[in-house]
Design a protein around this ligand. Structure first.
Ligand SMILES: Cc1ncc(COP(=O)(O)O)c(C=O)c1O
Length: 404
């Protein structure tokens, strides 16, 4: 049936949706009553799992208390959330800029970097996604950028060979004329583009290059943040790293509210003490998003979900390795960091279609990243170990069926 709204990122003819009606824990339910095992956290935001009455109650209570504000409004939860987010960041972070999601977090990080440095260029990876709005999609290196070009002037992409070659960034920075570059944008751990964790020292090298040239280091934690990789933020895998700006979205609210944020270091925030911050949004710090984020942080802490993600990493890693071992003809390298993992697979278009159908039959939700040849797995951090093993077993079975 054709719907009166667009489906995103695809041709509309023949596009079909999935009628989600609810869920519990790592499972979501569809209109037919069937339960799907969610090994993708929907679109990487459902870190707290489905059916969280605690978060929903907090949102309802906020709606009854105060639902309508404006950007200049001050209310306790807005202040409390900013304080809590800054407490999660490295020492020296002093301000939060609220947004509605990840794209506009990156959008506003770029504006802040331009305003502070007076420069206009930014460097980002080819292997990246930073969002769909015009600035964020220009920063993105993946397939979603070229169809809507030209984007912003001055965004330079770098091939750092799956986040292994920091030197490529340093060289690009120097070739561009560092005095023209406002910021370097990187996902701390490449997420949707195939899960690539930079080697130790990589982010530190970027930090040093940025420091040498007065360039701001923006770390995109929209996908990796809030426990996904077994740390609160993905950049914490690089000990001692202090970015200038941290962009957040997705699991900030566990997916229960609409909110993103840019966390800003004092050395950047200080610029705006006497100069205008030329940025803002009607729904800046919307109370329902803020309430969802506060409740999500409560759950993250109370249920020790960051530690849980770290603890389950070996289960995910070995389960993905089993997928590779089961299908050596099409599956190659497996990797995992916390509860974010991937398997590289070599399939043609019909192979991917068959894999998708095999997963639908088994009611398993994962991310089939055809463009980069990877299956990305990112279950809710509340998933039980047997559920994870069961799901990965079904994934191996589906891939084996396609490979045979
Ligand atoms: C790393 C990263 N940054 C930014 C975004 C954009 O976030 P949103 O879709 O909430 O605008 C995404 C979304 O997938 C992402 O994965």
């Amino acid at each position: 049936m054709s719907e009166p709204f667009f489906f995103t990122w695809r041709a509309q003819q023949g596009a079909r949706g999935i009628e989600i009606t609810g869920g519990e824990g790592a499972w979501f339910t569809v209109a037919s009553g069937e339960r799907w095992l969610d090994l993708g956290s929907l679109i990487y935001q459902a870190n707290l799992g489905h059916g969280r009455r605690d978060v929903v109650e907090a949102i309802c209570a906020q709606a009854r208390r105060l639902c309508l504000t404006m950007p200049v409004a001050v209310y306790p939860e807005k202040r409390r959330l900013a304080e809590r987010l800054l407490a999660l960041a490295p020492r020296g972070f002093s301000k939060v800029f609220y947004t509605l999601g990840g794209s506009d977090a990156n959008e506003n990080a770029l504006k802040i970097a331009r305003l502070v440095t007076g420069r206009f260029k930014a460097l980002a990876r080819y292997r990246s996604y930073h969002g769909a709005t015009m600035g964020a999609v220009t920063l993105s290196g993946d397939w979603r950028r070229p169809p809507v070009e030209p984007g912003l002037p001055g965004i330079i992409h770098v091939d750092d060979r799956d986040a292994t070659d920091a030197e490529a960034f340093v060289r690009a920075l120097e070739f561009e004329g560092p005095s023209t570059v406002a910021a370097v944008f990187v996902e701390s751990i490449v997420g949707g583009n195939g899960v690539h964790r930079p080697p130790p020292g990589y982010l530190r090298q970027l930090r040093h290059a940025c420091d040498r040239h007065g360039v701001l280091l923006v770390v995109d934690e929209v996908l990796a943040g809030f426990g996904r990789t077994g740390r609160t933020f993905g950049f914490e895998h690089e000990p001692g790293l202090v970015p200038d700006l941290i962009t957040c979205g997705k699991a900030l609210t566990g997916g229960y509210g609409v909110l993103g944020a840019v966390l800003v270091h004092e050395r950047v925030a200080a610029h705006f003490e006497t100069r205008p911050l030329v940025a803002g949004l009607t729904h800046y710090a919307h109370p329902l998003g803020v309430a969802a984020a506060l409740a999500a942080l409560d759950v993250l802490e109370r249920e020790r979900l960051v530690e849980r993600a770290a603890g389950l990493e070996p289960v995910l890693a070995s389960g993905l390795q089993t997928v590779v071992d089961a299908c050596p003809a099409v599956a190659r390298r497996a990797r995992a960091v916390g509860l974010l993992g991937a398997v590289d697979v070599d399939l043609d278009a019909s192979g991917w279609d068959r894999l998708e159908a095999a997963l639908v039959r088994r009611r398993i939700h994962v991310h089939l990243q055809r463009k980069v040849g990877a299956i990305v797995v990112a279950p809710p951090l509340v998933i039980a170990e047997p559920e994870l093993r069961h799901g990965l077993g079904l994934l191996a079975e589906a891939l084996r069926e396609v490979a045979s």
